[in-house]
Design a protein around this ligand. Structure first.
Ligand SMILES: [Zn+2]
Length: 185
């Protein structure tokens, strides 16, 4: 099982999920404290034995520039678009041999397009090639949904499940409404 720990900023803002080993390293180095541990589970390093962290909090506030935090990775982009080509509607599992999901820029980069959430969509490699260097209007290829910037926690939830303990911190920071919305997805 792939164990991950929810990392909070010093302000308790959920930042990201990190592998448990890395979380432990931050704790041992004094850079983070354990907020929640998995009961009854311990981890041993050469020198110490500590409870296995489920949620950690950074000791010092880390200023994360918004631009960096919202950087679009394909992992998150495909999750936002539910792993579906936004032109032909096929999901990753429906693609043919040698096809794959790719990132398409609605306004092509060669024409000044950016990697902002609102300019990128998931496209299968065939649709991406077909669209080429054109705008949606120029080739009658409109995305199924207009691309929008997703909420951080939606992405976290879409990509990997949070444990009940971890989701409590999402609720603390974003409110119960957000959590309920997420659980209904
Ligand atoms: Zn397609």
């Amino acid at each position: 099982m792939h164990l991950r720990c929810l990392a909070l900023n010093a302000s308790y803002e959920p930042l990201t999920m990190v592998p448990v080993r890395r979380a432990l390293r931050l704790v041992i180095d004094g850079k983070a404290e354990i907020v929640e541990a998995d009961p009854g589970r311990v981890m041993r390093s050469a020198t110490v034995t500590v409870p296995r962290p489920a949620v950690i909090r950074l000791v010092r506030f880390v200023h994360v520039p918004r631009r960096f935090r919202r950087q679009v990775t394909n992992t998150f982009l495909f999750a936002r678009d539910e792993y579906r080509c936004q032109f032909c509607g096929r999901t990753g599992g429906q693609l043919r041999h040698r096809e794959c999901l790719t990132r398409d820029h609605l306004l092509p980069m060669s024409r000044g397009g950016t990697n902002d959430w609102t300019n990128v969509v998931t496209a299968c490699s065939s649709c991406n090639t077909r669209k080429g260097n054109r705008l949606p209007d120029e080739c009658s290829m409109q995305p199924l949904r207009p691309p929008m910037e997703p909420h951080f926690v939606h992405l976290t939830w879409a990509v990997r499940r949070l444990t009940p303990v971890q989701s409590r911190y999402i609720r603390l920071f974003y409110g119960a409404d957000t959590l309920e919305t997420l659980q209904a997805l």
